[in-house]
Design a protein around this ligand. Structure first.
Ligand SMILES: [Fe+2]
Ligand SMILES: [Fe+2]
Length: 134
């Protein structure tokens, strides 16, 4: 799926750039999984994606704390949900050789699209309003 089909820009350069990077890394990982690449390669790419996601969530969450953001608690819970989901699949794959199913990949894509077009979009609007950015 090309980047442009994933979701549209939030008009917030820092966040948009990170999202772009994450989609790129996510699609690279999906390619490795679909090609049945060796475990070591898949895990390397998986771990790299997870650490980039952690960094991205930290960036957003630091911005949450810079103003009175009402959805902060729920938005963070969403972030933690995704990380738990990814970690569970990672462990099942790494420790028990359970394959990362196409169901999981579809779920992930849909989750990310929904998250960006609801929580992130709304957060950016609130942030700009609070900071007086047009
Ligand atoms: Fe985000
Ligand atoms: Fe977010």
């Amino acid at each position: 799926m090309p980047q442009s089909d994933m979701f549209s820009s939030l008009e917030f350069e820092l966040i948009d750039e990170q999202h772009f990077e994450l989609v790129k890394k996510g699609e690279e990982l999906i390619k490795l999984i679909e090609k049945n690449e060796e475990k070591e390669k898949v895990l390397y790419s998986y771990d790299d994606l997870i650490s980039s996601i952690r960094y991205h969530f930290k960036t957003e969450e630091e911005l949450f704390n810079s103003f009175d953001y009402e959805e902060s608690y729920r938005h963070k819970k969403m972030h933690n949900f995704l990380l738990d989901f990814l970690m569970e699949y990672r462990e099942n794959y790494a420790e028990h050789n359970m394959p990362i199913s196409s169901y999981a990949i579809t779920f992930l894509r849909e989750w990310v699209k929904a998250h960006v077009s609801s929580f992130d979009l709304n957060f950016v609007k609130e942030y700009k309003k609070a900071k007086g950015i047009l």
